[in-house]
Design a protein around this ligand. Structure first.
Ligand code: BG6
Length: 641
């Protein structure tokens, strides 16, 4: 017998409406890794109703008892909570039912209908049926036809179909898929999932804009210079080479997750929180994104594919073309950087830069809103930034300037942060909790409508067409574990801008000296460092030039060349170079050239002197380095003059 439902905690929302979740593809990865842990989290919070049950169907031959036993083993592995609460799991487990069935067999759907009616009757969950397609999109058309034939589309009460991404593989297939779905279901019964909308920090984008009128007057082209949306991953394609090679980053991340975030950041404030008002606003925004023609794709879109390199722990990473199930001459992009324009009054002339890729130097999704510099006077002052840290670090941050303590009036970059971990107690979830809870409650706000997905495809289609027609002649063009292809930096440099990388302390910890530096000094450096990616053969400093910056090597190797071009030293990861010219205001005494793709952090002379003045350790360390380079001039790129 099912045990009693845990009651919601004080101040919590109430349990969702009664309902029955039918999962097609219930023995697969999605169910065990995300759906079941999310249901379990909802159960732990008392957010599932007593009248709730799951009916799973998949090819695997197993009984309900065996299905429950396997889900019990899996939840122990995949729960996002520290320990499994036996009572709460039992509550959920007692509501799980299973039926083996082949998706092409009409009789399987009749058996499924019979079980759904029985379980619905028994648990009181009838009248609100959610059918979750946790299956490959290749089966969507057939499965919908058969669900219809078996009567699922004509069930009494609320019924809906939940569809996972990828939603189509291009504009035509998405239109076709919508047509097939709409032949059997009404638009308000189709719930298209984008798991980014399940992320608290993504939902907070809209909350932040609507609940803080402070920012509303600034949210337009008069005050905002440009916006950057980056979703960077350190992982490669792992076990999904076959899927990924047909897909690429534009279909996998940009068409859905990045454009969803763009819509939240740039849409007109909705007139109400009504689902239709929010979804209308998002669609309208995407409709005003200027479509790229072939010359614009060539000019404003950069593609990349990773070569062999290293993983974050320093171990070797293979090239994309060597990954399992990937074509050894594949033209699939694993990185993209795109410049978009929005043609409406609010955003006229404000470029939106999107960027996403696999096998990069760090994992992080961030949205950076860069404000315009002050109209006159302090042109040298860095612009204000508003940064939404979406994941893994979850925060909202304002980069501003503050007066340095002391009698003189001098400014220094500073940050103001709201940090989720320091503000909320909420347990970490999978992101699917909020989506399942909303679907049970018949709330479509977080799900994509036909017009949104089709417009999103319309935006990326010119890129897909141009890149299919012209294979990249420079692939692979970035080493695994770096900041991506240098062309992504040129895309912004051409506009006089640069990507704002969210530097974290672990990057700096590669230097022995910085690993033990005090936190305040590191914070100063993190705010002052400017990331720089260079290609093999690029010259970073030239002998004889005056030195305005010094550099820290995050990744890669460089060589120091004497005046006759002879190699006088090498500079590796965690080392500095160029500091002598800055320290003593003297011309560079050696040329430094990249041997491979390198990721550097540049520090302006003014910031260097400021930080060195404030922190005796930095002074002492650089004097020590200088002294050692004076006695061993070939060590790291600069000889004394
Ligand atoms: C999925 C993509 O939609 O999103 C994956 O198919 C990607 O390739 C993943 O890794 C990223 O999701 P998250 O939540 O880790 O940012």
């Amino acid at each position: 017998m099912p045990t009693a439902s845990p009651s919601p905690q004080a101040g919590q929302p109430s349990p969702a409406a009664a309902g029955l979740l039918v999962i097609l593809g219930a023995s697969g990865d999605l169910t065990k890794r995300l759906l079941m842990p999310a249901l379990y989290n909802l159960a732990c919070e008392g957010l599932l109703p007593d009248a709730f049950a799951v009916v799973g169907m998949a090819l695997t031959e197993q009984t309900t008892a065996e299905f429950r036993a396997s889900q019990r083993l899996d939840i122990a592995r995949f729960t996002t909570r520290k320990a499994l609460d036996e009572n709460r799991w039992r509550w959920l487990e007692s509501r799980l039912h299973y039926l083996p069935g082949n998706f092409s067999d009409p009789a399987a759907y009749d058996r499924l209908m019979k079980l759904v009616l029985e379980v619905g009757q028994e648990t009181g969950a009838a009248g609100n049926t959610l059918i979750y397609l946790a299956i490959s999109p290749d089966f969507f058309v057939e499965v919908n036809r058969r669900l219809d034939a078996a009567g699922f589309t004509r069930m009494p009460g609320h019924k809906k179909i939940i569809v996972e991404k990828p939603f189509g593989k291009d504009l035509d297939s998405a239109i076709g898929l919508n047509r097939d779905l709409l032949a059997h279901w009404r638009e308000d019964e189709i719930y298209r999932i984008d798991h980014y909308l399940g992320k608290e920090t993504v939902q907070n984008l809209l909350a932040f804009r609507l609940a803080n009128p402070l920012f509303a007057p600034l949210w337009n082209a008069s005050h905002i210079d440009h916006i950057q949306i980056s979703s960077l991953e350190t992982v490669g394609v792992e076990t999904r080479g076959g899927y990924y090679d047909r897909t690429g980053v534009v279909r996998d991340m940009v068409q859905n997750h990045l454009l969803q975030m763009l819509a939240y950041v740039c849409m007109e404030p909705p007139t109400s929180l009504d689902p239709a008002a929010i979804r209308d606003g998002k669609s309208r925004l995407l409709e005003s994104v200027r479509l790229l023609d072939p010359p614009a794709v060539a000019r404003d879109c950069v593609r990349g594919q990773y070569a062999a390199g290293s993983k974050p722990d320093g171990s070797p990473a293979v090239a994309y073309r060597q990954e399992r199930d990937v074509d050894p001459v594949s033209n699939t992009e694993t990185f993209a950087a795109i410049r978009l324009q929005i043609d409406n009054a609010r955003w006229a002339g404000v470029p939106i830069y999107l960027r996403s890729g696999k096998s990069l130097w760090k994992r992080g999704t961030e949205i950076v809103v860069q404000f315009r510099p002050p109209a006159s006077g302090s042109a040298a002052v860095e612009p204000n930034l508003l940064i939404f840290h979406i994941q893994p670090y979850q925060a909202v941050e304002i980069r501003m300037h503050a007066k340095r303590p002391g009698p003189a009036f001098r400014l220094q970059p500073a940050g103001m942060r709201f940090d989720y971990a320091e503000t909320f107690e909420a347990a970490r979830g999978t992101g699917y909790e909020v989506l399942l809870y909303a679907a049970l409650n018949n709330d479509p706000t977080l799900f994509s409508r036909t017009d949104f997905v089709e417009t999103a495809w319309r935006i990326v289609q010119p890129m897909l067409d141009a890149w299919r027609a012209t294979p990249a002649n420079d692939f692979p063009n970035y080493a695994a574990g770096t900041w991506g292809p240098a062309a992504a930096n040129s895309l912004l440099a051409r506009d006089g801008r640069r990507w704002h990388e969210n530097l974290t302390r672990d990057v700096l910890a590669r230097s022995e000296f910085l690993a033990t530096a005090p936190a305040v000094m590191l914070n100063n450096l993190l705010l002052a460092f400017r990331p720089l990616a260079v290609d093999p053969g690029d010259t970073i400093v030239r002998a004889g030039d005056r030195g305005g910056e010094m550099y820290f090597v995050c990744r890669g190797e460089l060589e120091a060349l004497g005046r006759a071009g002879e190699r006088v030293g090498r500079i590796g990861e965690g080392e500095f170079f160029g500091e002598m010219a800055v320290l003593f205001d003297q011309p560079r005494s050696a040329t430094v050239r990249a041997v491979c793709h390198c990721d550097l952090l540049a520090l302006d002379a003014a910031d260097f002197h400021r930080i060195a003045n404030d922190f005796a350790q930095m002074q002492a360390e650089f004097q020590r380095i200088a002294a050692s380079r004076q006695s061993h001039p070939t060590a790291a790129g600069e000889e004394p003059s």
